[in-house]
Design a protein around this ligand. Sequence first.
Ligand SMILES: Nc1ncnc2c1ncn2[C@@H]1O[C@H](COP(=O)(O)OP(=O)(O)OP(=O)(O)O)[C@@H](O)[C@H]1O
Length: 239
Amino acid sequence: MTPALHHETTFAVECRQVSKRYGQSQALHNLSLSLPQGCSIGILGPNGSGKSTLFRLLMGLTQPDSGHLAVLGRKPSWQTNRHIAYLPDRARWYGGDTVRDAFRYAERLLPGFSRDVALNLADIMEIPLGMKVAGMSRGQEARLMIMVCVARDVPLMILDEPFSGIDLLSRERIIECLIHQMSRREVTMLVSTHELHEAEPLFDHAVFLNRGELLLSGNADDLRAQHGSLERMMRSLYT
Ligand SMILES: Nc1ncnc2c1ncn2[C@@H]1O[C@H](COP(=O)(O)OP(=O)(O)OP(=O)(O)O)[C@@H](O)[C@H]1O
């Protein structure tokens, strides 16, 4: 377990009027958002709506042009990053020759990483420990990256399109595994995905972005009660 951050906040993430522009492209525009702790949150929206930009801001990988941002009650920094398991989009893992080496490497470098949990996940996700990382298929590599995040005992997980390139059955297995993790410990999970049909049961809360702006943020059960499913809600919001 990583040392606790001392914070009073009840929110995992708070954004106040956050804007971020890349050249001509307004990636986020006046985004104000408070995301609860201890639940699984879908960050949803079409291509280019600002999901990855929001995650990069939360990891301090880029800075907002204006506005205020807090993650786990603090400004994003290397200290807050110790408490976050982040799976970037277009992730690559080169920490060792085999899966077993990758876990050793993760144990040395990533706060809160448990090799025992990772070994158990590798078994569930059918990734042989002796498998060469360099020879993995896209889906196998994606599974390894998810395992490395899930095997960390940290208060916040940020998974940027964790299911892309993963086949349907593996995707369902990973989602089950994430739901199981959520039931076992107090963790907040932010997940962006275009695979809403399969990921729907994972979410307790949903945030819908469009062209860098917030369309809606709400409790998933309330939204399902009003619209039938998050997927249907998404269709009605964007068409
Ligand atoms: N490094 C960058 N340089 C230039 N433009 C960028 C950069 N990063 C993001 N953008 C632009 O900002 C906007 C938001 O991009 P972002 O990657 O945050 O969207 P997204 O919702 O994650 O999209 P996707 O679903 O396609 O992954 C897009 O118009 C994108 O082209």
